[in-house]
Design a protein around this ligand. Structure first.
Ligand code: CP
Length: 310
């Protein structure tokens, strides 16, 4: 693994990471991405527990694949099938998983920022697998790794993030990572889906996707998070698709534009199938790189734990 000075017990978000730490994770992930069947021993004999209170296909499966490739035992709970459904707090749930022997807790839950206050109360390493609308750090890391591998660099790239920015933890984590590494980020969508003050994170704002795509190197397409929208924020999905969906017509003239999407894709709304499955799409490479990034994160946290003899 590449040398990096990693001094954190947990990975809760990217906002507080330095550019050196982010690059260090990407560098550590690169050999795993080069050799997708590679294995390691960083988690040999260690227990990784998953506690998810929101659905997941990609994050859950790739974290689990990463942990197993590094030699861990894994156990998983969905909050709905756990004693959280009987009123147990998140902290109590995690403390009990720790008591079972888990040294790594991978958590997805719906409350933005709920993990930070818990981390210092746990000996286990806490990994944020998505907290409400706040952060999804490993998703952004795999997005940036995919960009770096496809474009050869991050510094100076122009990246458009289009969609439901208001409710997107993926957008926030991407803005933190991309701006830290010197990319120029534009967020695009209808005004009701762009949070006030997003410019303070270093992103430009556009409400015109055709204008935003002019000169862009990559577009990260986000879905409408209807499960988080408690009122009508768009006129209709067909209207949204016409204004902000990526279609072959809209893609014409952008032959070098890389298409990213964190998934799940709502085909025909934010992304036409011809674009999702076409030669400019890196969507499944993102998923594959997710295993590499999560192996790198586990390895770095394991190195911290070894140094601190936990
Ligand atoms: N990108 C992402 O978080 O996908 P899942 O919800 O399937 O994990």
């Amino acid at each position: 693994m590449a040398a990096i000075s990693w001094d954190r017990k947990d990975l809760l978000g990217l906002e507080t990471l330095s550019s050196g730490e982010i690059e260090g994770i990407l560098d550590a992930a690169a050999p795993f991405a080069d050799n997708p069947r590679s294995r390691g021993k960083a988690l040999s004999g260690r227990l990784v527990a998953f506690f998810f209170s929101e659905p997941s296909t990609r994050t859950r499966s790739s974290f689990e694949a990463a942990a197993k490739r590094l030699g861990a035992d894994v156990l998983g709970l969905s909050a709905a099938g756990s004693s959280a459904a009987k009123g147990e707090t998140l902290l109590d749930s995690l403390r009990n998983l720790e008591a079972v022997g888990a040294e790594y807790l991978v958590v997805r839950q719906e409350l933005s920022g709920a993990l930070e206050p818990l981390a210092s109360k746990l000996k286990a390493s806490l990994l944020n697998a998505g907290d409400g609308c706040h952060e999804h750090p490993t998703q952004a890391l795999l997005d940036v790794l995919t960009l770096r591998r496809k474009k050869g660099r991050i510094k100076g790239l122009r990246v458009v993030i289009v969609g439901d920015i208001l409710h997107s933890r993926v957008a926030r984590s991407n803005i933190h990572a991309l701006t830290a590494l010197g990319a120029r980020v534009t967020v695009c969508g209808p005004s009701a889906l762009i949070p006030a003050g997003i410019e303070r994170l270093g992103a430009r704002v556009s409400h015109d996707l055709n204008a935003a795509l002019a000169g862009a190197d990559a577009v990260n397409v986000l879905r409408q998070q209807l499960e988080r929208q408690n009122r009508n924020l768009i006129a209709s999905l067909p209207d949204y698709a016409g204004r902000y969906g990526l279609s072959p017509e809209r893609l014409a003239g952008h032959k070098d534009l890389l298409i990213l999407h964190p998934g799940p894709v709502n085909r025909g709304v934010e992304l036409d199938s011809a674009c999702a499955d076409g030669p400019q799409s890196a969507i499944l490479e993102q998923v594959a790189n997710g295993v590499a990034v999560r192996m790198a994160v586990f390895s770095l946290l394991a190195s911290w734990r070894a140094r601190h003899a936990r």
